[in-house]
Design a protein around this ligand. Structure first.
Ligand code: HEC
Length: 165
């Protein structure tokens, strides 16, 4: 049981059965460490200008609709995603640092999510009729949260360049 669960369980009254020592000092320390990590994560997202609430919502969308192809946390599932498979389609790429998503400005990422594979040649579904604008925006925000600081910095240059007139 992880610390967050112990905490929740204690909150829900599960701890009462244990008598006075509902949460052990170790669990309490873990609990503190967990919330410190969460705070650091939020700070990291905020430093990027990403809204933690949007990232959290985007993760739910991703886990419901995207994970089966792009893998958990966008890590990808197919090793040779750069080469077309037997049917001539490109396999789903990773969306974390290992792929190219961080080379693409927000507008291009949103476009991919809206319309799917370029010109319909490929297996990336078209999401614009299945997801709301907010869900599509949130899932792109979540994808940005998957990148390392180094990739994110490069992406910011690409984003800025894309917005120049
Ligand atoms: C059936 C498999 C499949 C599912 C499900 C899927 N994708 Fe994809 N996705 C692909 C493939 C394949 C590509 C590469 C496009 C191509 O070459 O056809 C792609 C490309 C992308 C790209 C462009 C990557 C880049 O480098 O710019 C983004 C962004 C993306 N997907 C996001 C999503 C999101 C968000 C979802 C869920 C809402 C999703 N995908 C669901 C297969 C899938």
């Amino acid at each position: 049981m992880n610390a967050a669960r112990v905490f929740l369980w204690a909150l829900l009254g599960g701890g009462a059965a244990l008598g006075p020592v509902a949460v052990s000092p170790v669990a309490a320390a873990e609990q503190q460490a967990t919330s410190a990590t969460t705070v650091n994560m939020d700070a990291r997202l905020k430093a990027r200008g990403l809204d933690p609430a949007a990232v959290a919502r985007g993760r739910v969308v991703f886990d419901a609709h995207c994970v089966r192809c792009h893998g958990a946390e966008g890590k990808g599932k197919v090793r040779n995603w750069r080469e077309p498979d037997a049917s001539g389609n490109y396999p789903p790429p990773p969306l974390n640092d290992a792929g190219y998503a961080w080379n693409h400005p927000t507008e291009a990422l949103l476009e991919s999510v809206h319309v799917g594979s370029p010109q319909g040649y490929g297996i990336m579904p078209r999401w614009e009729k299945k997801l709301s604008e907010r869900e599509m925006g949130d899932v792109v925000t979540y994808i940005k949260s998957l990148w390392s600081d180094a990739a994110y910095r490069e992406w910011m240059d690409i984003e800025r360049a894309s917005q120049e007139p």
